[in-house]
Design a protein around this ligand. Sequence first.
Ligand code: NAP
Length: 259
Amino acid sequence: MKKYGIIGYPLVHSFSLSYFTEKFKKENLDDCEYQAFPLQNISDLPEVIKNNPELCGLNVTHPHKIGVIYYLDKLDEAAREIDAVNCIKIVNNRPVESFFSGELSSMKVRLEGYNTDAYGFEHSLKPLLKKHHQKALILGDGGASRAVAYVLRKLGIEYLIVSRRARNKQVAYKDLSQDLMAEHLLIINTTPLGTFPETEGCADIPYQFFSDKHLAYDLVYNPAETEFLKRAKANGASTKNGLEMLHIQAEKAWEIWNS
Ligand SMILES: NC(=O)c1ccc[n+]([C@@H]2O[C@H](COP(=O)([O-])OP(=O)(O)OC[C@H]3O[C@@H](n4cnc5c(N)ncnc54)[C@H](OP(=O)(O)O)[C@@H]3O)[C@@H](O)[C@H]2O)c1
């Protein structure tokens, strides 16, 4: 049996748990199972690995995307630059010495960290980009914002981060003028505002300055049309929610675990 799972806390509604359970059923992957490991403290990760020798891969969610790095043997380039991991590949290496000694039980477990949020965002955004999407505003300055910023740098799109704290070169919400809105035709919400059940929430930006040249992208996927997207659309913008990003990042994790 190959085991996969998710670590995070409190893990009440896990997208990954339902996604992979459903996938294994649909694709008749009878030798695979997926389990949720609600970990309050990331220091319990080694215990989970030890007690589940058949584990091949883990998704990582809030609040462990940064803290988990301490426990990993290798990071891919995106995870290193973003400084957050949402996917771990677990590789069981039999050390060469044990091969020669015939000792088959001494497996060395190696944990590799990846950031598939960045991959999911990049591949869901790219088909929507038009020539005029040269500059972006990123709303929020958490972990997801760093993954988005990494992708925009990779794509050569200039960006400003809009934050309640507005440190360094960041912009405060109150400073979002008509000119700034007109200059930045890609606007990405990386705050959790508007997520079910508090669906009436949305970032405090001047929505009246959205136009039909704007692309509004919300990382939130529940509800499908957030208040942010509704308001942007009402002013002519094209919109995209975070559902495709979520599916792409999950499939990328599957590819990493099986490569
Ligand atoms: N679709 C996907 O595949 C995908 C992947 C990853 C994450 N997400 C979603 O993206 C969202 C952000 O994730 P995250 O891990 O980055 O979350 P986070 O760290 O909790 O929050 C992100 C940032 O949002 C801002 N923020 C939080 N509460 C706010 C409020 N009440 N008003 C204004 N700004 C607020 C904060 O930035 P400032 O303090 O700088 O203002 C915070 O750092 C979540 O909803 C998550 O579910 C989706």
